[in-house]
Design a binder for this molecule. Structure first.
Ligand code: PGA
Length: 254
């Protein structure tokens, strides 16, 4: 059985005290009725150390970083390495997010190196892919995403791919309020799983968690999560408020 996940990507939001409060609110609520699936919180870097203390005893909430660099150490001003994240007990790292690709010019090759580094240190990448609107309108979205997946993941071994979480996030759906329909999400998730099957075999593909991201809210989460190849969600805006995020977490069938 593959893992089901709801992950919150806080992006560049929340001061440290607010982030701790949000985490405590989520923790208190989940402790009352622990979920069967995994919940991941991905705060800004400066929150990671404090959150790892707050969540030390908690088995069902994991912590993810939003980025990393692929070198272990050295003269890379402003960057944070995977061993540094590992030393705090961080479990996941988002990589390939469209905001990093578009605003910070990260290429498929850079993302491939980050995926490798994350895996090499025993953490799990949340690898994001997804097409812009003009590509979708030209009906070239499957090719586009296939290219992203091949360029950043196809150099992995059968063993390594099992630790990768994929997040399909169409760019036109991120932060826009317009989510992909459950059918559009299912089409792409199944397509990605079939790509993985061809390259890595059925077992690895069946074990890979594929999340949907892009304007997931409490109102649309249940229908998106009801699709057979949608294994949960990567949630941006709606993860910034405990009650809304909790509704989304509770929408994921166990
Ligand atoms: P959104 O962001 O939920 O605010 O659309 C999702 C993401 O970028 O991960």
């Amino acid at each position: 059985m593959r893992k089901k996940i709801v992950a919150g990507n806080w992006k560049m939001n929340k001061f440290l005290t607010e982030g701790i409060q949000l985490t405590v609110d989520i923790l208190v609520e989940l402790e009352r009725n622990p979920p069967k699936h995994t919940v991941i919180l991905c705060p800004p870097f400066i929150h990671l150390s404090e959150l790892s203390k707050v969540l030390k005893e908690c088995s069902f909430i994991k912590i993810g970083a939003q980025n990393c660099y692929y070198k272990d150490s050295g003269a890379f001003t402003g960057e944070v390495s995977v061993p540094m994240l590992a030393s705090l007990g961080i479990d996941y790292v988002i990589t390939g997010h469209s905001e990093r690709r578009q605003l910070f010019f990260e290429t498929d090759e850079i993302i491939a190196q980050k995926v490798k580094a994350i895996l090499a240190h025993g953490l799990k990448p949340i690898f994001c892919c997804g097409e812009p609107l003009d590509v979708r309108e030209k009906n070239e979205h499957l090719n586009y995403v296939s290219n992203q997946v091949q360029k950043s993941l196809f150099n992995l071994s059968q063993q390594e791919i099992k630790s990768v979480v994929i997040a399909y996030e169409p760019i036109w759906a991120i932060g826009t309020g317009v989510n992909a329909s459950p059918e559009q999400a299912q089409e792409m998730h199944l397509f990605i799983r079939n790509l993985l099957k061809e390259k890595f075999g059925n077992e690895s593909a069946d074990l890979t968690t594929i999340l949907y991201g892009g304007s997931v809210k409490s109102e649309n989460a249940a229908t998106l999560f009801s699709k057979p190849d949608v294994d949960g969600g990567l949630i941006g805006g709606a993860s910034l408020q405990a009650s809304e995020f909790m509704k989304i977490v509770r929408s994921l069938p166990n």
